[in-house]
Design a protein around this ligand. Structure first.
Ligand code: CDP
Length: 786
């Protein structure tokens, strides 16, 4: 049964324990810091890349002479050199496409990597990169996916199929949905864009590749969100056996999906180290990060919703054109070409739904990474949450009332959506009602009416999103064929401290703290004495890494189940120490107790010591376990977000006066970490809604190549976040936890846009595309007034 657990009062907020039973040091947060730049190896050479100034051009000639003449330059590598070494192309995630490492024959987007220079210092390498002379012959450029689909200019002439069309994907009942839409009293049919944006992590991508010719081992210190998967890819592409490859993912200043793919800089640095037998380092510049590494979104969606006059939804149809750039490097698992976009029915009980998507190549950087998102969940959530508000506006109905009327009901879980997912649990009515009460919705609507009467523009925007996180059941999810499970290995030392290693790899999400808490909770040990180690393929068990809020649903489950394996063995040792039969021993209040004999107890610490000093006769000594967890389903966190804005109709400036986020991620492991995740994700959602867009001009020139053009919010712009939660545990997850990291980024953009449109609705404004810059809002007002 789902229960509401109020977020604890601030003074208690930092407590430890899944159930909040175990009270420990309230300041407990673990973490160390060892970043790529902290790893220094003598005689390291440095790589700098040469980039194409043209978005689409034939490469006529590359002249290395001047660059090689610069003192300190050791090598200049071109695409043809890599082709000769069988490293010209690398596979993309789902294996349907391949990607050039360095441009061969043609450059396909502006800033594409064309050559690499290896030199004794980073500065010399960058100077020499400017001396590599490349002769280009410019070609026609296609930047718009709607133009790309005409196939007038073919971008990828390396492919057998001479078309810019990458794939078509569809799910749901097309004919029935069309018929229901046609028969509906009310039918909205609107185009909604999710602009191209970029995760822009604080620390860019980088590698220190170290081929040791003595041992034959290649060590790669790599800013990787998925070190094991990267090791397997390196082995498959190079033929180097996996035991000869070690990937160490150091502490990373943010990933957000940007550090999942394999980038040309990694491959060139590694190839150079293997060939030269010395360490080679590459750290990208901010411009390289923004222009060449995985972008996000770029979905052009058409949303149709049918409803009765009184607001009962009847059908949903979403048709999407996706811009994937020059290579199909979208971060989508093999069996889900459009990722988890199928969650587009959101929190609503649509009797019928259909969605289809066509993806196209354009002369832009490749990507489509899951930027704090489970493979297109953000686009889906934005489409449905904007769509529901458009419907409410058409019906003249309160958007909260429309949502409450159409939510999937608590009794319907597990809920089979018309697009194929089975939602594990949720209580949407409760979450929205709590949010409405907390923010004082009725009073805000009253205030809005008074302001409207005075000609002031105040808006209230709601987003009640549902997500799908925790890829995944291995029968459904794989990346390049590698099944998406995860793993944990726990060792308890004789004195009752321990170490836990997992196949996940955090980039600042605080696994050192939360994993230790899970072990502590399961085994009754002190969380502060549980060391968490991730990111070294030599020591961690195999796993698929950290992105798409999968760590808690998958690795978190593995940790819990590995700990329970330890507890099973510990029970036998406890029985031995208590001189009792195992059946007479029970685990209660974080100890083993002899049933019916008060005070006869054994702690896990005592058991741990006995496991090494006095195990039962015939028992294998030691106390450790490994668990590979393949979840039976994904988890479906949800939330109710409400934004309150004031728009200045003269300047177009929007002030976010309040923002309340009520999240439900099932059992909360650490309230402070969850709150931190929500704050960070809301700030990113705010930036996407108001500031950020990767833009190109008609000629394919990239217009946001640095942080003066691609804006990142500081504490000055960022609104104050109010948070709260409800708890609907996942029925299948060992501790009932769902993922949370991406929820605020997924759920918040629609709340902001709904609020601004709500503010301007008296003028007749129906939609504003993101980012809602001052100029865009001003124009929307001016157009509406005209
Ligand atoms: O995969 P990633 O770590 O990015 O996402 P996550 O599983 O949503 O977890 C983000 C952080 O929040 C981790 O430290 C989790 O353990 C913590 N968390 C939590 O304390 N309780 C939850 N129900 C979910 C996540």
């Amino acid at each position: 049964m789902a229960t509401i657990v109020e977020a604890p009062a601030p003074a208690e907020r930092h407590s430890i324990g899944l159930s909040m039973k175990r009270k420990e040091d309230p300041r407990f947060i673990q973490g160390r810091g060892r970043y790529l730049d902290d790893i220094v190896i003598p005689h390291t050479l440095h790589l700098a890349l040469v980039h194409s100034p043209y978005p689409h051009a034939r490469i006529v000639k590359i002249d290395k002479t001047a660059a090689l003449a610069l003192p300190g330059v050791k090598a200049v590598i071109t695409g043809e050199d890599l082709v000769a070494a069988n490293l010209g192309w690398i596979p993309t995630f789902h294996g349907y496409d391949k990607q050039m490492v360095l441009a061969v024959g043609k450059a396909l987007f502006q800033y594409q990597e064309v050559a690499g220079v290896i030199a004794t210092s980073r500065e010399i390498a960058h100077d020499a990169a400017e001396l590599v002379e490349v002769e280009y012959e410019p070609l026609d450029v296609v930047v718009d996916p709607f133009e790309a689909r005409k196939d007038e200019t073919i971008i990828r002439d390396d492919r057998e199929n001479k078309t810019n069309h990458i794939y078509h994907w569809e799910v749901g009942k097309r004919e029935e949905t069309d018929a229901a839409l046609a028969a509906s009293d009310v039918h909205i049919n609107e185009r909604i864009e999710f602009q191209r944006c970029h995760p822009a992590p604080l620390e860019p991508c980088g590698i220190l590749a170290d081929m040791d010719r003595g041992t034959g081992r290649l060590t790669m210190y790599l800013t990787s969100q998925a070190p094991h998967a990267h090791r397997t890819v390196v082995s498959l592409v190079t033929g180097i056996p996996e035991d000869k490859i070690r990937i160490v993912s150091p502490d990373i200043g943010g990933g957000f999906g940007n550090k999942v793919p394999v980038y040309p800089g990694y491959v060139v640095a590694t190839a150079a180290s293997v060939i030269l037998g010395v360490p080679v380092k590459w750290v990208e510049t901010r411009t390289e990060n923004l222009t060449t590494t995985g972008f996000a979104r770029d979905y052009h969606m058409n949303v149709e919703i049918g409803a009765t006059k009184d607001g009962q939804i009847t059908a949903l149809k979403v048709v999407t054109v996706a811009d994937h750039g020059a290579f199909d490097a979208a971060a989508d698992p093999t069996k889900y070409p459009a990722g988890m976009f199928g969650v587009v029915t959101g929190s609503y009980d649509f009797p019928l739904a259909f969605t289809e998507l066509d993806a196209y190549f354009t002369n832009k950087a490749p990507g489509g990474v899951a930027y704090r998102c489970s493979f297109r969940v953000t686009e889906a959530s934005y489409a449905i949450e904007r769509g529901m508000d458009m419907l409410a506006q058409r019906l003249g109905m309160d958007p909260a009332e429309l949502r409450l009327k159409n939510f999937v009901k608590k009794a319907q879980f597990p809920y089979a959506s018309p697009l194929g997912f089975v939602y594990d649990s949720g209580d949407y009515h409760l979450t929205l009602e709590k949010a409405l009460a907390r923010i004082g919705y009725a009073e805000l609507r009253k205030e809005q009416a008074e302001k409207r009467a005075r000609g002031e523009y105040m808006g209230i925007g709601i987003s009640t999103f549902t997500e799908v996180v925790g890829a995944g059941p291995s029968k459904l999810f794989d990346i390049m064929g590698i099944k998406m499970f995860d793993s944990a290995e726990i060792r308890i030392h004789p004195t009752g401290s321990g170490i836990v290693r997992t196949g996940a790899r955090h980039q600042g999400q605080g696994h050192e703290t939360t994993w230790a808490q899970i072990v502590a909770e399961e085994l009754g040990l002190d969380a502060q004495n549980i060391l968490v180690e991730e990111g070294d393929t030599d020591t961690a068990p195999y796993g698929l890494g950290t992105y798409a809020s999968r760590s808690t649903p998958v690795a978190g489950g593995a940790i819990s189940l590995a700990a329970r394996k330890i507890r099973e063995k510990a029970k036998k040792i406890a029985a031995h120490l208590l001189e009792a039969a195992e059946d007479d021993v029970e685990w209660t209040d974080y100890k083993f107790a002899l049933s019916g004999v008060p005070g006869k107890t054994v702690t896990m610490q005592e058991v741990a010591f006995a496991a090494y000093t006095n195990p039962p006769p015939g028992m294998e000594p030691g106390l450790e376990a490994t668990f590979y967890y393949d979840p039976p389903n994904m988890t479906f966190p949800h939330g109710a977000y409400i934004a309150v804005v004031d728009v200045d109709a003269e300047t177009g400036e929007t002030k976010v006066r309040r923002f309340l986020a009520i999240d439900d991620c099932g059992t909360v492991i650490n309230p402070m970490i969850v709150e931190g995740q929500i704050h960070g994700g809301l700030t990113e959602g705010f930036a996407i809604a108001f500031m950020q867009e990767i833009r190109f001009d008609e000629g394919g020139n990239h217009l946001n190549t640095n942080f003066t053009e691609y804006l990142v919010p500081t504490s000055l712009e960022t609104p104050h976040w109010e948070t709260g939660n409800t708890v609907t545990p996942s029925p299948h997850h060992p501790i009932g936890a769902k993922g949370v990291g991406e929820s605020p980024n997924v759920g918040s953009p629609a709340a902001f846009v709904n609020a601004v449109v709500d503010a301007l609705s008296p003028l007749g404004v129906k939609h504003i595309e993101m980012p809602m810059t001052r100029a865009k809002v001003w124009h929307a007002i001016a157009d509406a007034r005209a």
